[in-house]
Design a protein around this ligand. Sequence first.
Ligand SMILES: [Zn+2]
Length: 65
Amino acid sequence: MSNVLQFKKPRPKDKHRGKTLCKSGFHKWQVVKENPFDVKSGKMISRYHCLRCGKVKIQGLGTRD
Ligand SMILES: [Zn+2]
């Protein structure tokens, strides 16, 4: 009987699958073109945000760290 209950559960939507990818570290990065210049460090940087979960990452240009 418990198997029947499982079949009745709605399937995960694409949105949920995306979040699972994000949790696994596979974010859907998109470049944010606003404020490409970081005032604090005085360097050009690239800003990215994930289209799915909204996480932001910043990469400095010319430096590998
Ligand atoms: Zn993400």
